[in-house]
Design a protein around this ligand. Structure first.
Ligand SMILES: Cc1cc2nc3c(=O)[nH]c(=O)nc-3n(C[C@H](O)[C@H](O)[C@H](O)COP(=O)(O)OP(=O)(O)OC[C@H]3O[C@@H](n4cnc5c(N)ncnc54)[C@H](O)[C@@H]3O)c2cc1C
Ligand code: SF4
Length: 526
């Protein structure tokens, strides 16, 4: 075998599992389809490569993979470090009662809690310091107080490095020159946050504690090899392990290759891992015995955003960390639904970008409608300063199904998501009602996106499930340790194994599961 372990994908599942196995002296290879980025290469102009091209990945390798399915659009990361490069840095635990039902019996909150703590420490999570509250945080607190939910307001932990001395009360505060350089616990140089508001498009101050600044360099220090621009196409059992086939994306070409390992960890994300196993089972025929449950119980994590416009109030959604706090209704006290409201934010750049791209070639009706509506809403002299993007996650029905279809145009197999708002309607309606209430209490004019009212269509950056954990292959694809039923030493470790909606930002839970799975793999006799 070429390696002890091959890890496919380098997001929260892959980077953390690879790191812990490399620390334990396994010979680890990480195959990642995306590029390795740093602030000198981040896309910044509309003509830069932002998007991952699923039809022709050899041509475009942007860091945002956007899938527009009939009633659900899904945004995910494609990069060394996965979604962490473009995420909003919120790192939180799921509520303890999440684990009471729907999870394998081995996983309880008490059992997973130490792993949550390990992730939080390794990613150096922090709250926005008291002297650096953004206008959106103040609006959130005011809205909570005015609606009688003051005790539900909470600051969230962020994987961001803050400087307690930073203040808005200085000339030109939001400038990288005010960021202090330091070396983090993994020996990587970073800077402190100066509230540039670019968290979702890469931080020019290096203040985001992304996976390529902690777990991945730590894995490399312990001998792991990372190969970017390697798109895995197949996993096949061979004597004593697995052969992993990939296409190297180089000079506009797909160059095939393969490596072998005793253990394979599929960590390509909810869509990526499910698609790879579906292709192995149904197209390539290399993993025919993967559970019939594959693709089922997919969840959008109940994500929803309602913009509200404020007369004469600077909300400044493009200043400060993208998300910072929540108003917590996870106790089901509101219409029996479990959700929390967060502040959202947008980089200034987004408006310019939206205005410059042409929506005409976009074939998906929901994506086109959303883009046009957004553009329309942002017209005006000061299109941005007065907008509060009221954001939320909630516990939806987790009843989507991922499958492989054949494209009507090309005949090629491609991923499809069947999702219907039906059973999730109550959760989304409760979120929208709360957005309207909070906006009204603070003098805002909310606009419910027409994609919901007209097309019953949503957008999520938090896809979960597809290879859910279960007790047997009748109700899952992998067991509590992430091992695929019927395939020894083949694991899935990422958002795909989460068996139901969390109703909160998922990255720390994915990370904690990865810490736990790696700890279980390390106990094997070698
Ligand atoms: C804009 C945005 C903001 C977000 N904000 C937050 C937040 O604030 N807090 C939070 O908790 N979560 C947030 N999320 C969600 C979070 O990023 C994801 O839940 C998380 O990254 C999922 O981790 P993962 O390991 O499952 O997959 P990913 O992080 O998506 O990693 C999967 C990796 O596998 C690679 N891959 C896929 N297919 C293949 C293949 N065939 N071969 C090789 N490599 C492959 C991908 O390129 C990717 O790098 C956000 C997401 C987005 C898009
Ligand atoms: S607010 Fe700006 S400086 Fe702070 S983490 Fe986000 S992008 Fe970096």
């Amino acid at each position: 075998m070429d390696f002890d372990v091959i890890v496919i994908g380098s997001g929260f599942g892959g980077a953390i599992t690879a790191c812990r196995l490399a620390e334990a002296n396994y010979k680890v290879l990480i195959l990642e389809r995306g590029r390795r980025w740093d602030k000198s290469t981040y896309p910044r102009r509309p003509e830069d490569q932002w998007l991952w091209n699923n039809d022709h990945p050899e041509k475009e390798q942007g860091w945002l993979d956007f899938h527009a399915f009939p009633h659900m659009s899904v945004a995910t990361g494609a990069a060394v470090g996965g979604g962490s490069l473009i995420y909003a840095n919120i790192s939180c635990e799921a509520p303890p009662n999440t684990f009471d039902a729907g999870w394998p019996k081995e996983i309880t909150y008490a059992e997973i809690k130490p792993h949550y703590d390990t992730v939080a420490k390794f990613m150096n999570v922090q709250k926005v310091p008291g002297n650096q509250w953004t206008n959106r945080m103040k609006l959130m607190k005011e809205a909570a107080d005015k609606t009688g939910a003051g005790d539900r307001f909470k600051q969230l932990e962020l994987a961001v490095s803050f400087d307690a001395d930073f203040t808005y009360d200085q000339p030109n505060p939001f400038n990288v020159v005010n960021s202090k350089r330091y070396v983090n616990a993994q020996g990587v140089e970073q800077g402190t946050c100066v509230h540039l508001g670019n968290c979702d498009i890469g931080c020019d101050a290096d203040a985001k504690n992304t996976l390529d600044r902690n777990y991945i360099p730590w894995a490399e220090k312990h001998g792991a090899e990372v190969r970017p621009l390697h798109l895995v196409t197949d996993v096949q059992p061979v004597d004593g392990g697995y052969k992993v086939s990939f296409d190297r994306l180089e000079n506009g070409q797909r160059l095939p290759g393969s490596q072998t390992a005793r253990i394979v960890v599929v960590s390509a994300g909810s869509l990526g891992s499910t698609e790879l196993l579906l292709r192995c089972r149904e197209v390539n025929g290399t993993l025919p015995n993967v559970s019939p449950f594959l693709g089922r119980n997919w969840s959008s994590n109940g994500d929803f955003l309602t913009p509200a416009f404020y007369d004469n109030r600077a909300v400044d959604p493009s200043i400060g960390p993208t998300i910072t706090c929540a108003i917590d209704f996870l106790d089901r006290s509101c219409d029996g639904q479990s959700f929390w409201i967060e502040d959202g934010g947008f980089p200034n750049f987004v408006i310019d970008y939206l205005n410059r791209i042409d929506s005409a070639p976009i074939k998906n009706a929901a994506a086109k409608l959303l883009l046009d509506a957004f553009r329309h809403l942002m017209q005006g002299d000061e299109p941005f300063r007065n907008v509060m993007p009221w954001f939320a996650q909630g516990v939806d029905a987790a009843n989507g199904t991922l499958s492989i279809h054949h494209s009507l145009l090309t005949g090629e197999p491609c991923l499809n998501l069947a999702w219907d708002i039906g059973k999730s309607r109550q959760a989304i309606d409760a979120i929208v009602a709360m957005h309207l209430k909070l906006a009204a209490a603070t003098g805002g004019h909310p606009v419910v996106p027409p994609t919901l009212s007209l097309l019953h269509s949503l957008v999520t950056p938090h896809p979960l499930g597809g290879c859910g954990m279960g007790d047997t292959q009748l109700n899952g694809v992998v067991n509590h340790a992430g091992e695929v039923f019927n395939y020894k030493n083949l694991y899935v470790v990422d958002a795909a194994i989460i068996p139901e909606a969390l109703g909160v930002n998922p990255s720390r839970t994915i990370g904690a599961l990865a810490e736990r799975c790696a700890a279980i793999i390390r106990t094997e006799a070698r």
